[in-house]
Design a protein around this ligand. Structure first.
Ligand code: GLY
Length: 423
């Protein structure tokens, strides 16, 4: 089969790496791809954010059989509906289902309507009213832009002053553009944050192995949120917690979406906070996580292409998802200054030494090739991923590999996976 992957990050490089192992793969394409993906896929530079006609035309011309969408922006804008209307096979939720990520207001109201646990909240389209609400709150809040904001639109605050500043930043200064026309103000929870993924064809539901992201920029979860500075898998989830997540959150969400005539097909990423053993939904994402994918797919024994095709064909019940037992860790190497301003174009050295080492997967994110040189090309540059017999060993080899990579200003957290060592 001819397969197209849309996206250019570490998640999409990992997808391509895993898809390239499929017995059914004939040719892999990526739009736009990156320097890592170009080793296994034909990368084509086409705009997929402002409209889908060029991509659909390309798919037809090349005779591509199946398209897999990595990032949320095209999903929320309706690429799946566009393709399906034209008879082109694609993996992901429809626009109406992708609202779970596209609008925080929709997601919170949906959760409330179906009695799915989530922190209390208010919705505001007027900043004065939002500030009034904050003044009356006794506990700290999280201020969230309604629309998409590249993972940076949720501002976790510790005081009323910080919360008011967050409202002004989102609603008045429009730091995230029109995504900040409305905000959700949510009670802040303290606990353990986990990423929970299920894949569903609308009928059958299968959880992926557990994983945990590290969103804050600094060690110990300090500093502003990023797209994700690292992840590990498996993340410890007690069977009783797993049962609560499936019974109180996953099934009611999928049932509710069906009832709303927004039937969900694809992968659903549920961001959860576990406080005193009780899970509450912080957010939904309608795609695979980045960098959670980097630690999930190296553990997947099953053929990824077969799994994704089964979602599209409604035959997921016939798939037995199989996993390798070892642990995986991904340490993100970022450009100095990220998630604020950073420079790009720095030469990356040391990757050649790692290219063929078993159990080490240097997944590329913001990397471009210039002649024979690899240059940094984004905030998150590489996701150094390793597998190991257990988490401790995977962490050790991830950091040994990270130390072999050099570029000016390189920054990475030094505590990725440590949470998993002391559950
Ligand atoms: N790991 C965060 C995200 O994928 O949004």
């Amino acid at each position: 089969m001819k397969i197209l992957v849309i996206g250019s990050g570490g998640r999409e490089h990992t997808m391509c790496w895993k898809l390239s192992q499929s017995a059914r793969l004939e040719k892999l394409y990526a739009i736009p791809g990156n320097a890592g993906m170009s080793k296994i896929a034909e990368c084509v530079s086409l705009d997929y954010e402002s409209g889908f006609s060029h991509v659909a035309e390309f798919v037809r011309k090349e005779g591509i059989d199946f398209t897999i969408v990595g990032p949320e922006v095209p999903l929320v804008s309706g690429i799946v509906d566009y393709f399906e209307k034209r008879g082109l096979a694609i993996f992901g939720p429809s626009k109406r289902a992708a609202c779970l990520e596209g609008s925080k207001v929709f997601a919170k109201r949906f959760l409330k309507k179906y009695g799915i646990p989530t922190p209390d909240f208010g919705v505001f389209s007027d900043s004065d009213k939002a500030i009034e609400y904050i003044e009356k709150k006794e506990k700290p809040v999280v201020v969230k832009a309604d629309g998409l904001a590249a993972g940076k639109g949720s501002l976790v605050t510790s005081s009323k002053e910080e919360a008011v500043d967050a409202v002004k930043l989102i609603m008045e200064k429009r730091a995230f553009g029109d995504s900040g026309k409305r905000v959700v103000i949510e009670d802040r929870l303290w606990g353990k944050e986990i990423s929970f993924f299920v894949i569903t064809d609308g009928e059958s539901v299968k959880p992926l192995v557990s994983s945990q992201d590290h969103k804050a920029i600094y060690d110990g979860d300090a500093g502003p949120n990023t797209g994700g500075m690292g992840a590990y898998s498996p993340a410890p989830i007690h069977p009783s917690l797993y049962k609560k997540i499936m019974g109180r959150i996953v099934f009611p969400t999928l049932r509710g979406m069906k009832k709303e005539e927004r039937i969900y097909r694809g992968v659903l990423y549920i961001g959860l906070m576990i406080e005193e053993g009780e899970p509450e939904v912080l957010e939904f994402n309608v795609r695979f996580g980045d960098p959670e994918t980097q630690v999930t797919f190296p553990r997947l024994k099953s053929d990824l292409l077969e799994v994704l095709l089964a979602v599209r064909e409604g035959t997921l019940n016939q798939i037995n998802l199989e996993w390798y037992p070892q642990a995986a860790v991904c340490v993100v190497l970022a450009s100095g200054g990220y998630p604020d301003k950073y420079e790009t174009g720095k030469e990356i050295k040391g990757l050649d030494n790692l290219a063929r080492v078993k159990g080490i997967f240097p997944f590329y994110a913001g990397v471009r090739k210039e002649g024979e040189r690899l240059l940094t090309d984004g905030g998150r540059v590489l996701g150094m991923t390793t597998t190991g017999k257990d988490l401790r060993r995977a962490i050790r080899s991830a950091y040994q590999a990270v130390e072999k990579i050099h570029f000016e200003g390189v920054y990475y957290r030094r505590d990725i996976g440590f949470k998993g060592l002391r559950p």
